[in-house]
Design a protein around this ligand. Structure first.
Ligand code: SAH
Ligand code: SF4
Length: 428
């Protein structure tokens, strides 16, 4: 979501005539697109803003902008301004698309300002997007979140769910496919499974949208993130299974393998419900690659609760796990929960989680040896082509004189060897 927001920011800067530079000492403007999902993200960005103090001293004309989720928190713009008085413009998440106007205003007046909107605005269409993610194009289908998981700050900084109209999304995807530059379209939302609920028309839902998008002609795959297990329907599983345009990689964050922790996280599903979804996915989509998000060290998490999470990892055989140490977020209910877990226990648990997952990934890779799979060839480094499977695994393919390979095309590859982080294959 943030990467795509940055693409919109870059699009607005391009509109104003700015060009990208690799060298920050050469920049006329620096925009920090911040994230506050965990404390570590905030600390990182604070350090990065601090780093440019010297640049600002050397170049009085340098414009410094801070935007993104972090600035939308109460009191944060004032804190930032106190800590870093050299910041010129601070804006929030609800007025991101206004950035172009704000920069123009600053260029006229040379007066620094903060502009944070409290309420969600109408969705802005036809944004200039400067895309940076190779053969993948990100497309927002909705903004905000209504779920209020007790650890999470997103609903407070991104507002309530608002869906884009089917026609607007379809038009954007059609243009992307027609451009012939993109092979994967990834639909974005905090909980894509509740897409369209806000229209209350009894017709528009996520599967309806996917069906409309799959009608678009062309050689592309549709992905989406993120799903919520309480809303992930059997109808959706059937749709993915039956439609060749649907990617078979599914990201289904579970967060914990303990029912009592899921309850206090306010996730509103049980481990049994989740396992049933995984069973259905594996049954209907045998080649699915499933990934998840896990939080360890949530307040009150016992050794037994954590063991439940480890068992779930083994049950699901995930092809990837994004594991996080619980981080207290100001203003969320969990901030005030008793039994916060000491950092050393959190660290032990995350290390164990990654050890288990590492073994699973190695086994899954070993199983691929000898198999043939479809890959997208994305780059060439020296005499190796770098390709990706639908599930995001990297495959290295040695160049052969008698085979012509075009970047951005799909090929069938035989896997010859599995290393820790990559597979070695040949085009057949
Ligand atoms: N809307 C998505 C993604 C939310 S943020 C979803 O519901 O899955 C991405 C991930 O960050 C979450 O899935 C969660 O695992 C993690 N996360 C969110 N808040 C966190 C916190 N306070 N501490 C640690 N991890 C957190
Ligand atoms: Fe956060 Fe939960 Fe919403 Fe995801 S669904 S953004 S974890 S509140």
């Amino acid at each position: 979501m943030n990467i795509h927001d940055s693409e919109k920011i870059a699009g607005m800067l391009k509109n104003l005539g700015y060009e990208e530079t690799e060298d920050k000492s050469n920049a006329d403007i620096i925009v920090f697109n911040t994230c506050c999902i965990r404390e570590s993200a905030e600390l990182k960005i604070m350090a990065k803003i601090g780093d440019i103090k010297a640049l600002k001293k050397a170049n009085k004309n340098l414009i410094v902008v801070v935007c993104g989720c972090m600035t939308q928190q109460k009191g944060m713009p004032e804190n930032l301004k106190k800590k870093f008085p050299f910041i010129n413009i601070i804006i929030g998440t609800h007025n991101l698309e206004e950035l172009q106007n704000y920069i123009e205003k600053y260029n006229k007046t040379h007066k620094s300002f903060n502009e944070i909107w409290e309420a969600e605005k109408q969705i802005v269409e036809n944004n200039a997007v400067y895309r940076t993610s190779n053969y993948n194009a990100w497309v927002n289908i909705m903004y905000g979140c209504n779920n209020f998981c007790t650890y999470c700050i997103v609903p407070y900084v991104r507002g309530r769910e608002r869906s884009r109209k089917v026609e607007d999304i379809k038009k954007e995807v059609e243009e992307l496919v027609k451009s012939n530059k993109y092979k994967t379209i990834t639909l974005l939302g905090q909980n894509v499974n509740s897409y369209g609920n806000d229209f209350k028309d009894g017709k528009t839902n996520f599967v309806y949208l996917l069906n409309e998008l799959c009608k678009i002609e062309g050689d592309f795959r549709l992905k989406f993130m993120t799903s919520h297990p309480k809303d992930f329907s059997l109808e959706l599983i059937d749709f993915i299974a039956s439609n060749p345009k649907m990617s078979k990689s599914i990201h289904l964050p579970v967060q914990s393998g303990s029912n009592s922790i899921l309850k206090i996280m306010n996730r509103r599903y049980t481990v049994e419900h989740y396992k049933n979804l995984i069973d259905q996915i594996k049954l209907k989509i045998p080649n699915a690659s499933i990934t998840t998000d896990i939080i360890v060290g949530f307040p009150g998490e016992t050794d037994e609760d954590f063991e439940g999470t480890c068992d779930l990892l083994k049950y699901c055989n995930y092809s990837g796990v994004f594991g996080f140490v619980y981080s207290k977020r100001k203003g969320t209910p969990a901030e005030k929960f008793e039994n916060q877990i000491p950092i050393n226990i959190k660290r032990q648990r995350i290390t164990k989680l990654f050890e288990i997952q590492h073994k699973i990934v190695k086994e899954l890779s070993d199983r691929l040896v000898g198999q043939t799979i479809e890959v997208l060839v994305e780059a060439k480094i020296n005499n190796f082509y770098i390709a990706k499977t639908d599930g995001g695994k990297t495959i290295k393919i040695k160049e052969e004189n008698n085979k012509e390979i075009n970047l951005g095309n799909y090929y069938i590859v035989k896997i010859n060897k599995a290393l820790t982080n990559e597979l070695i294959g040949e085009i057949i």
